[in-house]
Ligand binder design. Structure first.
Ligand SMILES: CC1=C(/C=C/C(C)=C\C=C\C(C)=C\C=C\C=C(C)\C=C\C=O)C(C)(C)CCC1
Ligand SMILES: [Fe+2]
Length: 564
């Protein structure tokens, strides 16, 4: 079996695009299925898996360690959990349906699209090397769009490709300890300084207020800038402050003027709340929240803000400092589940840095916060919504790749709901956690959410998220949640895996749901397309098709076209 991962340039001439190319890693052949020849010149053939003369040979990187499949896992053409087959591609996309004439700009999605390197197959969804997918809409409602995908060239990715195996610590993967004493000293230095941790920025993609576009995940060093047109990795985002910190939230809150984020303190459990002005690389501390439980801060993938406050969650799934500093896996990979440590919500005033509320709340488990807002009056409070997994960290294990591949159609997705916290601002010691709407409305699946950004930190009505049509092992619907009527509408197609529904507002819109929702879908028959839904009716209005299936990805963003 070929194990070399040397990158080889393989020119790819696509008559529909003058700038198409592919750079395919030399990869081990698949064992379980036929190799696939993808030729962007013949999308239909690629979809039917018909080899095309002169096509770019791009071998699929599917893991050999896939368990003996059931539920059709061995026969499906679904590409969601399969490594992207080429390092990059770019070309024209065909549109089925009618795009709104005002849709003029670029949608980019980030996510872990490559889970295999050399002989090594990653174990967990979160481990994959970052793959960007772009769809550019030209406005005017035309029947064409352009698209691309490209790997982010982090140090973790480049080193893995060069060495034919992962070199840095990924979510569920710790590199084997060095053999020589000298190398072991080097390893220790790497662990203590954070140099041994990944910089693979596979979670979010964020247009900053100054026009730069950042991709990142949970390590501070994973912040990189990319070119939104070419998807090229521009380079690491260098913070010019001296705040350091090994980890950060993967979801900074970015507006035209600022970038707010949280830096967990693993040594003295707490979080620094920091702000960076648009155009700057310097984070400044707003304040510090001390954790109330221990022994380390609660995992903080995302958080929420209101107009005046930053809400800092503290849940019992806590960073395992030992795991991050010794490169050994904890019970939940990088985390420990410590239910006795309690669950808390802290509220910090953005302008003074003072903690105005710190309450104990019922146990919770949330990866993604949806939004938050202030309620005024006699019973002033902060309301915070999240995708809540009933205080159970089982969702982490649900996202192991072998389970995603082999348990399709089995009803093993843990229940989730829209959890709504009420944090009183009158000094009361406790906050409430209730279910915002009957979870049956969205099939008891709930994650990967977006809102109209104009409602950020304000009272709002609609959230878009992935829900469930059971039986399923992964969220498989796109769902619009009406938090006032407490109802949901869903899009679903049997066997398809849609990624985060991302809301894009119509320019000039005043209604909260006036716009479209974009999601990238990996379909059961092996196709990959951007689905565009009318956000008001939640009806499908267009599919923008890639000539090959796409891997699952996490979060998207929208960059409006600039006036020419
Ligand atoms: C989490 C830590 C690390 C790495 C994290 C990475 C690389 C990615 C995390 C991605 C996440 C949390 C994605 C969440 C997706 C949730 C889904 C799809 C939910 C579906 C539910 O139904 C480090 C940097 C390795 C170490 C610190 C912790
Ligand atoms: Fe996320």
């Amino acid at each position: 079996m070929a194990t070399s991962l040397t990158l080889i340039a393989t020119p790819c001439t696509d008559p529909r695009s003058s700038s198409s190319f592919a750079l395919a890693p030399r990869l081990p052949p698949r064992r379980s299925r036929d190799d696939i020849l993808i030729d962007p010149r013949n999308a239909a053939a690629a979809r039917r898996r018909v080899p095309v003369r002169g096509a770019v040979r791009a071998t699929t990187l599917r893991s050999d360690q896939e368990p003996a499949g059931d539920s059709g896992a061995t026969t499906t053409k679904l590409s969601a959990w399969t490594s992207v087959r080429q390092e990059r591609w770019e070309g024209d996309l065909s549109v089925d349906g009618h795009l709104p004439p005002w849709l003029n700009g670029t949608y980019i999605r980030n996510g872990p699209g490559m889970w295999d390197v050399g002989e090594h197959a990653f174990h967990h969804l979160f481990d994959g090397y970052a793959t960007l997918v772009r769809v550019s809409f030209r406005g005017g409602g035309g029947a064409r769009a352009t698209g691309a995908h490209r790997q982010i060239e982090s140090e973790a990715y480049r080193a893995a490709v060069a060495r034919g195996r992962p070199v840095l610590r990924e979510f569920s993967h710790c590199p084997a300890p060095a053999k020589s004493l000298l190398d072991r000293v080097g390893d220790l230095v790497g662990l203590v300084t954070g140099a041994a941790l990944t910089d693979n920025p596979n979670s979010a993609v964020l247009p900053l207020g100054d026009g730069r576009v950042m991709c990142l995940t949970e390590t501070t060093k994973s912040s990189v800038l990319i070119d939104p047109d070419t998807l090229e990795t521009v380079g690491r985002f260098r913070y010019t402050d001296r705040l350091g910190g090994m980890v950060q939230s993967a979801h900074p809150i970015v507006t035209d003027t600022e970038f707010l984020t949280l830096l967990p303190d693993l040594v003295r459990p707490g979080h620094l709340v920091v702000r960076m002005e648009a155009g700057s690389n310097e984070r400044k501390v707003i304040g510090r929240v001390d954790c109330r439980g221990g022994p380390s801060p609660g995992w903080l993938h995302s958080f929420a803000v209101t107009e005046k406050y930053v809400v800092v969650p503290e849940m019992p799934l806590r960073y395992s400092s030992a795991s991050l500093l010794t490169s050994e896996l904890a019970p939940f990979y990088a985390f420990d589940w410590v239910p006795a440590s309690g669950s808390y919500m802290h509220v910090m005033c953005k302008s003074t840095g003072k903690t105005v509320a710190s309450v104990e709340v019922p146990p919770f488990m949330a990866i993604h916060f949806i939004n938050a807002y202030e309620e005024e009056g006699d019973e002033a409070a902060v309301v915070v919504d999240c995708c809540e997994h009933y205080g159970d960290p089982a969702i982490i294990e649900t996202l192991v790749l072998s389970r995603l591949r082999s348990l399709r159609g089995k009803d093993v997705l843990p229940n989730a709901r829209v959890g709504r916290f009420r944090i009183p601002l009158d000094g009361s010691p406790f906050g409430e956690l209730e279910t915002a709407l009957d979870p049956e409305e969205h099939g008891r699946g709930m994650d990967m959410c977006s809102i109209n950004p104009a409602r950020l930190g304000r009272k709002y009505r609609y959230a878009y998220a992935c829900g469930a049509r059971r039986p399923c092992n992964f969220p498989n619907t796109l769902t619009k949640i009406d938090l006032v009527e407490k109802k949901a509408k869903s899009w679903h197609e049997e066997g398809s895996v849609p990624s985060e529904p991302f809301f894009v507002a119509r320019p000039g819109a005043t209604d909260e749901d006036d716009g479209v929702v974009i999601s990238i879908v990996s379909s059961d028959d092996g196709e990959g397309y951007a689905l565009v839904l009318d956000a008001t009716t939640f009806e499908e209005i267009a599919r923008v098709r890639f000539p090959y299936g796409l891997p699952y990805g996490f979060h998207g963003c929208w960059i409006p076209a600039t006036e020419e």
